[in-house]
Design a protein around this ligand. Structure first.
Ligand SMILES: [Zn+2]
Length: 272
C-alpha cells in the first residue's frame, strides 16, 4: 500500500506546536512529508493586549482568540506546516480558572464527540505517524489532557496511524539546562523545576535532531508575540536556546510495525 507519508501533530493551544514538535514539522516538511497540525482550541484564555490575564477586567476572549489564531497561522508558515486544521473549541484555561466552567470549553466536551472530529481528519489524511501529549498532558493542563484523550480514542477507532508518540521532555537534560542558565546568571524569575518534571531520560524512545531548524522554531515562537510574557524560552541566552531547541524527544506509545527500540526518526520503518 502506497500512502503519502504524513505526520499529524495534535496540540491543544496556538503556540503548543513550537517547542516540542516545531522541529520535526519543519524537518519533515522539508523532506517532502505532509505535515498536518491539528490545534484543538482557539486560545481564548491567553493574555490580552498589554498582558491582561484571563478573568481580569478588559480581557476580551474573542479578540484574544482572533489574535492567537492569526499568530498560529504565521507560526505554521515558519514551520512549513502543509495543513493546519482548527477544531475551534474554547480554551479551558488552567485548573481553577473561571474559563473551566464553560460548557463549550474543550476539557468539558465529551471525548467521543471531539474524537469523532479528529477521526474524520485521520480518515482524510491517513497519517502514518501521530504525535500528541502523554496522559498528564505533559504538565497537567486540562486541554492537553483532553487532546491526549481524543488522539488516543481517534487512533483506536480508526486504526490508521502506524505509530503514535508522546512528546517528552527529558528530565536530566532539562535539569542540566536549568543549571547552566542559573550559573550563567540568567534571571529565572524565581522559577524552579519540580523534582519530577519531565520524563526520565531512559524512557525516551526517539530523539530527533532538528538542529538545522532552530531558527524556524525561534521565528515560530516569536510569531506568538501576544503570549511572549509566558514564553520564557524566548528570553534565554542564544546558546541555551539553541541547546534547548536542537533536538526533540518522544516516547513511542503505539507501533503497528517492526521498528527499532531507539529511534532517531519517527518515520523509521515507514520509508519503504
Ligand atoms: Zn497549551
Amino acid at each position: 500500500m502506497n500512502r503519502e507519508l504524513t505526520v499529524m501533530a495534535v496540540h491543544a493551544h496556538p503556540d503548543d506546536e513550537v517547542i516540542g514538535t516545531g522541529g520535526i514539522l519543519a524537518r519533515y516538511a522539508e523532506e517532502g512529508i505532509r505535515t498536518v497540525l491539528v490545534t484543538c482550541t482557539n486560545g481564548e484564555q491567553g493574555d490580552g493586549p498589554g498582558g491582561v490575564k484571563p478573568g481580569e477586567p478588559g480581557h476580551d476572549d474573542d479578540a484574544v482568540a482572533e489574535r492567537r489564531l492569526a499568530e498560529l497561522r504565521e507560526s505554521a508558515t515558519h514551520l512549513g506546516v502543509t495543513h493546519l486544521e482548527l477544531l475551534g473549541y474554547r480554551d479551558s484555561g488552567m485548573d481553577g480558572w473561571t474559563g473551566n466552567a464553560h460548557p463549550e470549553a474543550f476539557a468539558n466536551v465529551p471525548v467521543e464527540r471531539a474524537a469523532a472530529r479528529l477521526a474524520e481528519l485521520m480518515e482524510r489524511y491517513r497519517p502514518q505517524v501521530v504525535v500528541t501529549y502523554d496522559e498528564i498532558g505533559g504538565y497537567g493542563h486540562p486541554d492537553h489532557i483532553q487532546a491526549h484523550r481524543i488522539a488516543m480514542a481517534a487512533t483506536e477507532s480508526t486504526g490508521i496511524p502506524d505509530k503514535l508518540y508522546y512528546t517528552a521532555t527529558p528530565r536530566e537534560r532539562i535539569r542540566q539546562m536549568f543549571d547552566f542558565m542559573r550559573s550563567s546568571g540568567m534571571d529565572m524569575n524565581g522559577f524552579d523545576l519540580p523534582e519530577d518534571f519531565g520524563t526520565p531520560d531512559e524512557l525516551i524512545t526517539a530523539t530527533v535532531d532538528v538542529s538545522p531548524y532552530v531558527e524556524h522554531k525561534i521565528k515560530a515562537l516569536r510569531a506568538h508575540e501576544s503570549q511572549g510574557e509566558n514564553i520564557f524560552l524566548l528570553r534565554m541566552p542564544a546558546e541555551a536556546q539553541h541547546q534547548a531547541f536542537a533536538a526533540e524527544f518522544f516516547v513511542r506509545r503505539i507501533s503497528r510495525l517492526a521498528a527499532p527500540d531507539r529511534e532517531d526518526d519517527l518515520f523509521a520503518g515507514l520509508r519503504g
